[in-house]
Design a binder for this molecule. Structure first.
Ligand code: 5GP
Length: 174
């Protein structure tokens, strides 16, 4: 499959992705049923994962989305990070962050600490894909779909230069 200037080949089929998500949902259903739970999807990449996972969650829960906005500080040196989109009250709720992919884990660390500041009862992470060899973050995901080598992947929400998000399978760079 061609996206812009790059060639990609099939890596994970729709069937593998969907059965992985069913297994993750089962784990979460067992551990969280009866608790006050809010799922927080990280935009843009997680939109398909969130939609498919939530269709397999069988208890009453909230779902919301956040986006990590980064800009250069005017007076401070370095980058300022802001979490936008979250209006739900997280106090004393069980929060599960949903990420499409955890690579170095640095994005997740930022999202995690900003959500943690709202004093949830518990805070964990579920991700579809995890690159353990690239990971150098503080918060390892508790629920991991598939561990993958350090490939660049696209599809099923993940982009290459903002293209390629709209596929049912996941592809890797050839
Ligand atoms: P981090 O290195 O902070 O864990 O990952 C940051 C972000 O980089 C992820 O949320 C994801 O948007 C993007 N990313 C990391 N690895 C890949 C990859 O293999 N493919 C694509 N399309 N995006 C990736």
């Amino acid at each position: 499959m061609q996206i812009k200037d790059k060639e990609f080949e099939l890596f994970l089929s729709e069937q593998e992705i969907q059965s992985t998500i069913q297994r993750l949902a089962q784990q979460i259903n067992q551990e969280y049923r009866g608790k006050e739970v809010i799922f927080v999807g990280v935009m843009n990449g997680a939109f398909m994962f969130v939609a498919d996972l939530l269709r397999n969650i069988d208890f009453e829960c909230e779902v919301s989305f956040v986006k990590l906005a980064s800009y250069e500080g005017v007076q401070t040196s370095g980058t300022v990070h802001e979490l936008i989109g979250l209006v739900n009250d997280l106090y004393e709720k069980h929060v599960i962050i949903l990420e499409d992919i955890v690579d170095t884990g640095l994005t997740l660390d930022k999202v995690f600490s900003m959500i943690d500041a709202d004093a949830p009862s518990s805070l964990e992470v579920a991700c579809l894909l995890y690159k353990p060899t690239a990971f150098k973050g503080k918060h390892a995901p508790k629920f991991v779909g598939i561990e993958i080598p350090d490939h660049f992947v696209v599809g099923y929400g993940l982009d290459y230069m903002e293209y390629g998000r709209n596929t049912k399978d996941i592809y890797k760079l050839k």
